[in-house]
Design a protein around this ligand. Structure first.
Ligand code: 13P
Ligand code: SF4
Length: 304
């Protein structure tokens, strides 16, 4: 059944000169069929440079919006338009403007996990892969960081010379992972390294051997001589970690690491989207242009 769906998807991708991008948290079978899998930064870069006419974005709404902002001539499809990000919805443009008014002249660094409208009210975007570099690139002694308070606090540790004003947003999936859950896994697997995402609460990140973006986790686990890893991010990352490292063991730090939005997209949804070339994600042109400036500033910073 899945094989026939996958075949139909491949044929339609070819027919429409479409590219299928999938975030590292997608269901295994969706990652398997994707042309490119990656983290938010990697997928933004792919969306900006692709020569495809259609981008099928298997991820959540803000990611497809970023693709639409960066590739205005292309049709961006989000097979499940109801796949949102609760963290992105924790900040509004009005709320951000109120905060800016309290801190005149302070630049706003906004995590890509945000709406196009919020990006349009920001000076520069960042992802978990480049947040520290983005913050360091600004000459200002003070910055507003939105919406993820945890990523903001994580970055602040590496940039002690700057003062941070945090928006009080967070990822419910990563915040569900408790210190107790991590300590229990560490006791069970004393040889294992603990790797987590900087969206985790600071007391959890403090226990990590490495805190990094999802793509950096692949590199870290591949090159590390360790054999066992306790993984503190959304469960979807296990698919490629296990595929790429068959001789290593990956243990999910907590069963709570499951993002319902990232799990919505099925192969059937992808097929339906390609058959109907819907739902198309668009961004009003005035918002798109301003949001693009914030994304372009981020993309101009060289990658490691
Ligand atoms: P990255 O893939 O950029 O590390 O982001 C994680 C995330 O939560 C995306 O929703
Ligand atoms: Fe949003 Fe967290 Fe889900 Fe990522 S994992 S989409 S940040 S809720």
């Amino acid at each position: 059944m899945n094989d026939s769906i996958k075949e139909q998807i491949r044929e339609l991708l070819k027919k429409h000169n479409a590219v299928l991008l999938a975030h590292n948290y997608m269901r295994d079978e969706v990652q398997e069929i994707a042309d490119i899998t990656g983290d938010s930064l990697g997928l933004s870069i792919e969306a900006a440079k692709t020569s495809a006419d259609v981008i099928v974005f298997c991820g959540v709404h803000f990611m497809a919006e970023s693709a639409a902002i960066l590739s205005p001539g292309k049709k961006v499809l989000l097979p499940r338009p109801d796949a949102g990000c609760p963290m992105a919805d924790m900040v509004t443009a009005e709320g951000l403007e109120d905060l800016k008014a309290k801190h005149p002249g302070v630049p706003v660094v906004t995590y890509v996990n945000s709406t196009a409208e919020v990006k349009a009210h920001s000076d520069i975007c960042c992802t978990s892969a480049n947040a520290t570099k983005v913050v360091k690139s600004l000459p200002d002694p003070k910055i507003i960081f939105a919406p993820d308070r945890n990523l903001g606090r994580f970055v602040a540790k590496s940039v002690p010379e700057k003062e941070f004003i945090y928006w009080d947003g967070y990822c419910p999936t990563h915040e569900r992972m408790t210190v107790e859950a991590v300590l229990a896994k560490k006791a069970q697997y004393p040889e294992a390294l603990f790797i987590c995402h900087p969206e985790c609460a600071p007391e959890v990140t403090a226990l990590a051997d490495q805190a990094c973006s999802t793509s950096a986790m692949y590199d870290y686990c591949r090159t590390s001589p360790a054999r066992q890893f306790i993984i503190g991010t959304e469960a979807g990352i296990l698919y490629r970690l296990r595929l790429e490292n068959p001789d290593k063991e990956f243990i999910l730090a907590s069963p709570a690491l499951f993002c319902p939005n990232m799990k919505l997209t099925s192969l059937e949804d992808v097929l339906h989207s390609l058959q109907t070339l819907t739902p198309v994600i668009t961004v009003p042109e005035d918002i798109r242009l301003r949001a693009k400036q914030a994304l372009d500033r981020m993309l101009a910073i060289p990658r490691d």
